[in-house]
Design a protein around this ligand. Sequence first.
Ligand code: BGC
Length: 418
Amino acid sequence: MLRKTLLGLVAATTLGAGTVAAAADSKTVEVMHWWTSGGEAKALAVLKDGLKQRGYTWKDAPIAGGGGEAARTVLKARVSSGNPPDAIQMLGFTIPEYAEQDYLANLDSLAGKEGWDKQVPAPIQRFSKYQGHWVAVPVDIHRTNWIWANKKIFDDLHLAPPQSFDQLVADAAAIRKAGYIPLAHGGQPWQEATIFDSAVMSAGGPKFYTQALVNLDAAALGSKTMEKAFDQMRALRGMVDPNFPGRDWNLATAMVIDGRAAMQIMGDWAKGEFVNAGKKANVDYLCFQYPGTQGDFIFNTDQFATFKKGDPSLPAEHAFASTVMDKSNQAKFNQIKGSIPARLDVPADGFDECGQKSMADLRSALKNGTMVGSFAHGHAMPDGPKNAVYDVVTHFFNSNESSADAVKQLVEAVNNAK
Ligand code: BGC
């Protein structure tokens, strides 16, 4: 055990210094990701093709598990045994964590040549760069405060997108009475955390969200406003079906697609499943913001980092990064994935109404400074406190704990994890 740990450390140190052996085949790029649902896999094919056109082979290393927790665990193990993939999908604070240890290739020369600085919004660059250097390339901008609804159920019951949380509660009761499941949910901590993003925003708005979940301010975390967010979580818990525990997010989306359930609260990768099933926005399904978060933009952005290996002129790393940043790849990829491009110069035509709305809301959130990072997807706080908050949220959702007690737990958990 000790020997293994030491070996791991030696390998990791060597790799950190950038002297690790070159990839087995310099024309192959091994890419680790967690895009295994139907919609995700289809979107990924755009990048695979793009890399092929640049003369490289894509070696696929998928690690199933929505939100990427399993992939992050596998990555840790591979890095500590000195065998990281060539490129890996990463979210938010995971990027600086690896950059700090000197694992990631510096992509500045390509960034300069391709003009990324001008095209990528600053809140995204904050994660793409470490100490001012490009170490990751963003392929998309997802938004978590969406509700996806079955249009036929809404039409039949004469419902419109709810404008307040109380209206959502009333609509859910009418949906239940008509024999449908109001809310399709998958009981996994990251999915509960995804809903919590919206509940906190709805209860307190972008300033409060930032104070609580980004600045980790104890007064905000312990406030009555935070209690309201938990009250919303309690009400949402009452809208799910008994089989929710453990369900994957895309199976929950399928329940809305099939008309078994009326709504899902999920990031816009859910739209990728509707698209993949041949469904059309505002014909088969509705997309609207979680009530009380209209206009607010809670983002997460999928980025890819490349690991320092072999050739210091980085030919394979550049081919890969250039594929991800390619303007037309970003258009095609995001139309399938459900997200919007990470580059601001991709035209809106070709995107459906949900995509165009997201693009417009992004631009005004950027202007107003109200674009905030998703707690659930690692863009609000580092992993330590994030995992502590995950535990509090999931425990609350799956028990009868009071909101007042949950808020106390939250303050304590963050304090211990800081
Ligand atoms: C990623 C998305 C992905 C989703 C479900 C999120 O963390 O940002 O790209 O589709 O997880 O796996």
